[in-house]
Design a protein around this ligand. Sequence first.
Ligand code: DX5
Ligand code: ZN
Length: 221
Amino acid sequence: MDRNVKIAPSILSADFAELGKEVQNIDAAGADYIHIDVMDGHFVPNITIGPGVVKALRPHSNKPFDVHLMVAPVDPYISAFAEAGADLISIHIEPDYDHAKALSRIRALGKRSGIVINPDTRPEKVFPYLDEVDLVLCMTVQPGFGGQAFMPEVLDKVGIFHELREKEGHRYLIEVDGGVTPEHLPLCTKAGVDVFVAGTAYYRADTATRKAFAELAGETA
Ligand code: DX5
Ligand code: ZN
């Protein structure tokens, strides 16, 4: 199957005092999705963005908002992020909540749903949900902070999800998140990645490099 690889810059590495402008800039530079990291200081040891900020950013771009929820419990917040303007809402497999209920709630609100899996979580844990999700997000760092090193061993897991999708005819996209630099792109696409999140590497880049990043991502794998 031909895959058109996409880029989802993470605004976690943006200047938070200029977030609206930052979202406009990455939109203009060719982002396919705007990746928004929501952390609760409980499931992960960091606190970032709430639905109010997502709502304030919505008028700054028409690109899909890819909202990565690192929160537990998750249920009380799904509708708030949906109403704020999220297009894709992803929830982690690790916390002990009703994943099936949360995923169906996301879909019932008319949004695309994703399941996220940490580097040290077994892929089998998400198998029961593969038929229901639009995205499988494989963390290539431990969630919580930007600027960590990419964990190449996660690409084995990407390969498993890629193979399962081909074999069983699932529709989900495969996304990687954490420590991604342009150098990782060929390896990622070879393993089966469709969407890659980039925070630090993306924001470190100048405008020309960002364009190159986006063009590279636009190539068919
Ligand atoms: C980590 C976040 C990532 C991260 C990506 O918990 O989910 O989206 O911000 O940033 P870099 O590319 O710096 O790892
Ligand atoms: Zn993320």
